[in-house]
Design a protein around this ligand. Structure first.
Ligand code: ADP
Ligand code: MG
Length: 226
């Protein structure tokens, strides 16, 4: 079976990873707050939508969907028409997740994906799922199920994770994903300068750079510099 390459819409990234992210596949997009996880994922969804692939953005944190729209409307890739046409759909699972648990929230997500005939899915983020389990081994068992069902789908699925670099290195989510993209905000030359960066830590079936690539943030979203 040929691996399809899904263009991310991030300038400078696709050509470094063999044309795009391998699809179908489950990719972890991890990093600390403000490093660009949501931006990267949205950029990828709108890129897909422009190519005719229906995308779904699943929010698991209690952030009102219209607030997400307001923030994203600041980016040039955000196209309200694509949202109105249903090319980019939004699903809020935060309440179901908190009140009925992780499995119900996963079921709701899966049936929405199937009904929408989506090709790209973003789950932002996986972190609140972990809060619904009291025992770590139960969360691990759930994760196994979560990745197994998502990998069986025909979609490119981006899973956001609020991880420190250490967690990204050793967490079960990183082991289970087909790829791991880690976003940084790193100290620059002086103590007061910080630079955003992106590292492709793992990408199955792909020759890719291992170094941290410098990122630029503009109203066009993120791009890899040089
Ligand atoms: N319109 C914009 N133009 C340039 N940079 C922006 C714009 N909107 C947001 N940003 C940058 O993106 C950052 C937020 O990125 P986000 O994707 O929300 O991060 P995360 O999801 O990792 O917390 C902001 O802190 C800001 O630096
Ligand atoms: Mg975010």
């Amino acid at each position: 079976m040929d691996i399809r390459r899904a263009s991310t819409g991030v300038k400078g990234l696709d050509e470094r990873i063999g044309g795009g992210l391998p699809a179908p596949g489950v990719i972890l997009v991890a990093g600390e707050p403000g490093t660009g996880k949501t931006t990267l994922c949205m950029q990828c969804l709108f890129r897909g939508a422009r190519l005719g692939e229906t995308g779904i953005y699943v929010t698991a944190i209690s952030e009102p969907v219209d607030q997400i729209h307001r923030y994203m409307a600041g980016y040039s890739f955000y196209d309200r028409r694509l949202v109105e046409e249903g090319r980019v759909k939004f699903l809020d699972i935060s309440e179901v997740l908190m009140k009925q648990g992780a499995r119900k929230a996963l079921d709701m997500t899966l049936s929405f994906i199937r009904r929408s005939d989506a090709r790209r899915v973003v789950i932002d983020s996986i972190t609140p799922f972990s809060y619904t389990f009291s025992a770590p081994q139960e969360y691990r068992r759930f994760l196994h199920e979560f990745f197994t069902v998502l990998k069986a789908m025909e979609t490119l699925t981006l899973i956001v994770a609020e991880f420190s670099p250490e967690e990204a290195r050793t967490s079960p989510e990183s082991y289970m994903a087909d790829g791991v993209i880690y976003l940084y905000l790193q100290r620059g030359e002086t103590p007061t300068t910080f630079k955003p960066g992106l590292q492709v830590r793992k990408l199955k079936g792909t020759e890719h750079p291992k170094d941290i690539l410098r990122l630029g943030f503009t109203r066009d979203g993120i791009r890899v510099l040089e």
